[in-house]
Write a protein that binds this ligand. Structure first.
Ligand SMILES: [Zn+2]
Ligand SMILES: [Zn+2]
Length: 84
């Protein structure tokens, strides 16, 4: 029997440029930490309350498939549908 996993909470913030997710309060409204082609992303993490999320169809919001991290949502359990 597979282990029944709980759904993950939605990410706390989303980068306005690269749509990186964060769940750390300290990063909110601060510069994105991602580096793209050697340049730091110019985006800022904004509250994900303005984001429409869809539950990841691959892992059903749990962030993992079997014992593996879900590749579809990178383990978050949620996919960004649209930003308002
Ligand atoms: Zn970014
Ligand atoms: Zn997933």
């Amino acid at each position: 029997m597979p282990l029944r996993r709980d759904k993950k909470p939605k990410p706390l913030g989303v980068c306005t440029v690269c749509r990186d997710y964060t769940d750390e309060h300290i990063r909110m409204n601060h510069r994105c930490v991602q580096v793209h082609r050697g340049r730091r992303c110019s985006g800022v993490y904004r509250s994900s309350l303005t984001v429409v999320w869809i539950e990841c169809p691959t892992c059903h919001g749990t962030g993992s498939v079997g014992s593996q991290k879900c590749g579809e949502c990178a383990g978050w359990g949620w996919l960004l549908h649209s930003m308002r």
